[in-house]
Design a binder for this molecule. Sequence first.
Ligand code: SF4
Length: 372
Amino acid sequence: MGLEGYRDAELTEKIVKLISKVDLPHKIKIMHVCGTHENSIGRFGIRSILPEHIELVAGPGCPVCVCPASDIDIAIEIALQEEVILATFGDMIRVPAKINTDKDKPNSSLQTAKSRGADVKIIYSPLDALKLAEKNPDKRVVFFSVGFETTAAGVASILYNNPPPNFSILSSHRLIPPPMELLLGIGDIQIDGFMLPGHVTTVIGMNPFKIFPEAYLMPTVAAGFEPVDILSAILNIAEQIKEEKASLVNQYTRAVKEDGNQKAISIMNDVFEEVSAYWRGIGRIPRSGLKLKEKYSKWDANRVFDTAHKSLCAGFDIHPSCSCHLIMAGKIYPPDCTLFSKKICNPDNPFGPCMVSIDGTCRIWHRYEGKT
Ligand code: SF4
């Protein structure tokens, strides 16, 4: 089926009817953990066509939103040093570092560091950062690297191929399965099924998600990003719940292999080790972050600039008036935050991280005017 087929209105309607006919024992809540899924859900108005007894919530699927203030503090500290070019994705520039609750003192960010003289460059892929290093041999080029498994695979490939010595990585990579497991332990969230992110499963495959049906009896389905993909995954989860089953299902077979991309996994395992990591608004999660292994330490910005000891989170990560932590845990929706889309929090003037990034749930809901 071509891409258009996955947007076919007749097929979409047919799947929605099938979903409505599933005789569920109770209202169910399905969580996805992917900004691209939330964007598709908003763009195609998927929530509005689902029956009332099926709720679709966004989990912590935005890597920019979960990047802790302490990592941004370190990036700023490095960016302000002599002969440094700090390269990062555009969204990272405006994310606040440690939150300042004093209204008269603006929060620091990479944008404010730029105004203090830091050479911060926006790039679109890890390869752009590598090119910057190659073009500027007299500068120290640091890639502030934020993202889940998909981005980490590309970064690992660069390091594996012996980049120039003036290049380094400030890794703020996070892994998707650990926070999913953490959320299942929070009693008042009550998730009934997981929709897995297509990009991440393309890289790591289905195996790391086996734990959810096997240990937590949680229907878990990998989905692509078109309406037919998302609705088919919802139908599959609903049917599993009705039949009291819990299986791991790959509904995105045109992109995802059961074992993922073995070459990418092998390179990632060679370059990175799993470490306990802090998630903004959520807290420290065991084995949820990626650090460069010892043999790659000459490209580890934390080693090069001696900042590793500073990577503990201190101070406010989320402003007390911002509810991003509740939104990223799937407890509330953006319109439940009293600051949503008012003068005080909108994409031009974001108050919290979820309004900054294009993958942030608040920003997506703002774009689709809350009609997601
Ligand atoms: S609307 Fe703004 S203040 Fe409210 S949760 Fe979202 S980002 Fe935070």
